[in-house]
Design a protein around this ligand. Structure first.
Ligand code: PBG
Length: 328
């Protein structure tokens, strides 16, 4: 005789709802957005169907639509014109830069929206690196000083949370100190603590034209600062150091192929965990759906729910708006 029948709790939608362990809501999402100069400009990104680069006015309009759908946080990236790129990244802390103007515009139109700009030099770098180059090397400590200036400038523009995505050592501490010195006690740091050197960032880099450039001896990948995807114990070291340095939220990135890391870190820390469902994950899903090989809506909801089940408190995802619309 079989007494233990697990199927009893799967017999109807109502009973499945009762025993459901993970639920997804639009409040879990952070929408990444790409901003360009101009007015009334909207450019499609071929490898990311449904995602656009938008001028500030249209980005503000989009933010209003997101907010109405329950998505109350955005993560901002700039497409920097080539003429403004150099090796110092100084455009990143131009008080009148595109990022600073975008933050101000969004915060003044929708003050309740949590605005989380990216903090990293790659879109501003002629080399396409997240760091300043000194003698052919990514210069960790010089980069940290630049990142701190950038973070303060974004806080001045009205950022709620700054999100360093560069993986330099010690930058959370340097950024925290700079924010405190400038009286931005309330501005949080979401640290990309365990960010892997991943091929899944391809569509993002083409959207911003920010991929590492081929300059003789300078590496064309980010393996000297982003993590090696063969490793998982190393992630603890990265996460614990960033917490010690003052991070408020810990990011693990990419998402779906890295959910083992999410689950392991979840078991060890009580700080909120953010997971980035990155551009390449989105591109794969969209390509399969466009071919009729996957059910777009079901695959989106399943992917995001599984990221949450693994331990994410919040999910950065290009599918945020679509997911919120599907869930309505
Ligand atoms: C760069 C940055 C990257 C992403 C976010 N910030 C790319 C990289 O590290 O090269 C990737 C996001 C995505 O692929 O969706 N600081």
């Amino acid at each position: 005789m079989i007494y233990s029948r697990n199927r009893r709790l799967r017999t109807s939608p109502a009973i499945r709802n009762l025993v459901r362990e993970t639920t997804l809501t639009p409040h879990d999402f952070v929408m990444p957005m790409f901003i360009i100069e101009g007015e009334n400009q909207q450019e499609a990104i071929p490898s990311m169907p449904g995602i656009y680069r938008r001028s500030i006015d249209l980005a503000v309009k989009e933010c209003k639509a997101l907010f109405e759908l329950g998505i109350m946080a955005v993560n901002l990236y700039m497409k920097v014109p080539d003429g403004l790129k150099d090796n110092t990244g100084k455009e990143a802390w131009n008080p009148n830069g595109l990022m600073q103007r975008a933050i101000k515009a969004i915060k003044s139109a929708i003050p309740k929206m949590v605005v989380m700009p990216d903090v990293a030099l790659d879109p501003y770098s002629i080399y396409g690196h997240d760091g300043i180059i000194t003698n052919g090397q990514i210069d960790n400590d010089a980069t940290n000083i630049a990142l701190a200036q950038m973070a303060v400038s974004l806080a001045e523009a009205g950022a709620d949370v700054v999100a360093p995505s560069d993986m330099m050592d010690g930058r959370v501490k340097v950024i925290r100190e700079a924010l405190e010195e400038n009286h931005f006690h309330h501005v949080g740091i979401l640290s990309y603590a365990a960010k892997y050197a991943s091929s899944f960032y391809g569509p993002f880099r083409s959207a911003l034209d920010s991929a590492p450039k081929d300059f003789q001896e300078i590496p064309t990948d980010k393996k000297t600062y982003q993590m090696d995807f063969h490793n998982s114990r190393e992630a603890y070291n990265e996460v614990f150091k960033d917490i010690e340095e003052g991070a408020d939220i810990i990011m693990i990135k990419p998402g779906m192929p890295y959910l083992d890391i999410v689950a392991k870190i979840r078991a060890e820390i009580d700080l909120p965990i953010a997971v980035f469902n990155v551009s390449g994950e989105y591109a794969m899903l969209k390509a399969a759906a466009q071919n009729g090989w996957l059910d777009n809506d079901k695959a989106i909801i399943e992917s995001l729910t599984c990221i949450k089940r693994a331990g994410a408190d919040m999910i950065f995802t290009y599918a945020a708006k679509e997911a919120a619309m599907i869930m309505q």
